[in-house]
Design a protein. Structure first.
Ligand SMILES: [Mg+2]
Length: 554
């Protein structure tokens, strides 16, 4: 347990009563540091591993991976468009929707992870970390501010209500897009749309398309069109293995589809691993996460042809298993506790459920990071100008406060000394001067504000014209961003980013700073190593500044 580890660290520190040596100053040590850091500096910012809670990879014995959207990266637009088309077709053919829907176009910009569908009012909106509704659309039209206020700002939004659907998987993007497009299309023709029924029809149709295997058959028939072959994935997995870690695959996909996808992305990439199966110590398919983490089901052994042979008595390399549960898996595999790192892309199915039921540490795969970080890097002149203007605005505000207080004082003097004409003239001149300055300062604030808004709009809408940035809403983190911070120990854009790090790397998070610490040098800049807080317990939100939050590569 990491709790025990921390006590060990503390006591070893306390034992060191003799005065500290200064070997850390040695020129040789400095030279070692310089030499060692060089290759790691080259990790592109967008491909770094970001750390919410300290994680020592040398204390991780087992690394597990989800497959879809985690190990297997899809050409999202291709796959989403396919799901969109097949679902629309099904709704026309089986549920009596008008043929005109066949002409709808899939608009990939309109849907991002972290949106909320209001099935009752037919709206889609984005929330900040306080569950405050920000941008909102009805169909594809911006929802007027008055409507947003009436519907979402007068009472707290409870996402647990059946009225709302949270779009938190990449898998769910087409259904949100279809919901908006159909409302836009049918209402444009003057039809009344029963929103909740429409959403249920979309969900059921999309589920059928996935369940009856028609979609997966098309994907399997043309893997290069739908799957990204990331040539660094094999080397990244090999690096973890060479660090002594056992790897396992835990996917909801069934054995035949898993075989097709995994062979395509990994077979023959490295000569030491002719088959994808060589990378993994345990392969578990058809897992039915999130239930897998809490329910009790036997692990079934499959034959080489994929037939169920019966309950497994042990977990062997090279064999494909199906179903099971966390409990059965940990018992049979003799693995568990906080020495397991689980890597997945779904906050609820992979990350939150595993955190609630097990001690597994978690890594979330967030492919959205790459495009967003690249865009922010490109926008750095605007971001710098915004930061300068925010500073300037704070100073202008201070000066305005001083002038306002000064004017009050002069007004009181005028009342008091009203009868002396000489004083009166002098005070009035002072007052005019101060008033003039105040007006200048106020104009500067207005213009600075307007410029900040202009820059912010350009940065946000230049990235996505409907929703702005994925991880931000208004002046806050988006709810999606907040959930990544709350539930994942570490997060990164793709699994192959592990290739940039040592399998023994200590991934450090900055200690949360209190407001009084933020502007000065902090004692203990990095956090203590401890088990992640229980799911739902929100760690402190105040952290250090900007770019420092990323992992110091080393
Ligand atoms: Mg997945």
């Amino acid at each position: 347990m990491s709790g025990g580890m921390r006590r060990l660290d503390r006591s070893s520190r306390q034992e060191a009563d003799e005065p500290a040596g200064d070997s850390y100053r040695d020129a040789e040590v400095t030279a070692l540091l310089e030499r060692h850091r060089l290759p790691v500096r080259e990790v592109p910012f967008a491909r770094q591993i970001f750390v919410n809670r300290n994680l020592r990879l040398d204390k991780i014995d087992v690394v597990g991976f989800d497959m879809d959207y985690t190990l297997a990266m899809y050409h999202l637009r291709q796959l989403e468009e396919l799901a969109f088309r097949m679902t629309t077709r099904r709704m026309i053919d089986h549920l009596g929707y008008p043929e005109v829907l066949a002409g709808l176009a899939y608009d990939p910009d309109f849907v991002i992870r972290g949106l909320v569908v209001d099935k009752q009012a037919g709206n889609i909106f984005k929330m900040d970390r306080h569950n405050h509704c920000g941008r909102a659309y009805h169909g594809k039209r911006v929802l007027p501010y008055e409507e947003v206020k009436r519907l979402y700002r007068e009472e707290k939004i409870h996402l647990s209500l059946p009225r709302f659907a949270w779009i938190d998987t990449l898998f769910a993007l087409p259904e949100a897009c279809l919901f908006a497009e159909i409302i836009e299309c049918l209402e444009g023709r003057g039809e009344r749309v029963p929103y909740a029924k429409l959403y249920d029809d979309i969900r059921n149709s999309i589920d059928t398309v996935h369940r009856d295997d028609t979609l997966k058959q098309i994907v399997k028939a043309d893997l290069p069109r739908f799957l990204v072959k990331d040539l660094e994935l094999g080397p990244a997995l090999h690096k973890l293995r060479s660090g002594g870690k056992k790897l396992f695959l835990l996917t909801n996909s069934f054995a035949d589809y898993t075989e097709a996808v995994m062979s395509f992305i990994l077979d023959g990439v490295l000569p030491e691993y002719p088959s994808w199966k060589n990378y993994f110590d345990v392969i578990l398919t058809g897992a039915q996460k999130p239930g897998w983490f809490s329910e009790e089901r036997p692990v079934l052994q499959l034959s080489a042809r994929g037939e169920v042979l019966g309950p497994a008595a042990a977990l062997e390399r090279g064999v494909v298993y199906q179903g099971g549960s966390l409990h059965a898996f940990e018992r049979l595999g003799g693995i568990g506790g906080d020495r397991v790192l689980y890597v997945g892309d779904h906050i609820y199915g992979d990350i939150l459920r595993s955190r609630k039921s097990s001690l597994w540490r978690t890594c979330m795969i967030v492919p959205e990071l790459e495009a967003e970080l690249a865009w922010l890097e490109k926008s750095s002149p605007s971001l710098e100008e915004m930061a300068r203007l925010e500073e300037l605005r704070a100073r202008l505000d201070d000066e305005i406060s001083v002038r306002k207080a000064g004017l009050n004082a002069l007004d009181r003097r005028l009342e008091r000394d009203a009868r002396d004409p000489a004083t009166r003239t002098q005070v009035e001149a002072e007052r005019r001067e101060m008033k003039h300055e105040l007006e200048q300062l106020r104009r500067a604030v207005r213009d600075a504000d307007a410029r900040v808004r202009e820059l912010e709009r350009a940065v946000e809408l230049g990235f996505n014209k409907y929703w702005g940035l994925t991880f931000k809403e208004g002046n806050e983190n988006s709810r999606f961003g907040e959930q990544i911070e709350d539930y994942a120990c570490i997060y990164t854009s793709r699994v192959s980013n592990f290739v940039f790090y040592s399998p023994m790397q200590y991934l450090r998070a900055l200690r949360a700073a209190m407001p009084h610490e933020r502007l000065m040098l902090r004692m203990a800049p990095y956090g203590e190593e401890h088990a992640p807080p229980a799911a739902g317990a929100r760690p402190s939100k105040t952290r250090g500044t900007g770019a420092d939050e990323s992992v110091p590569p080393g």
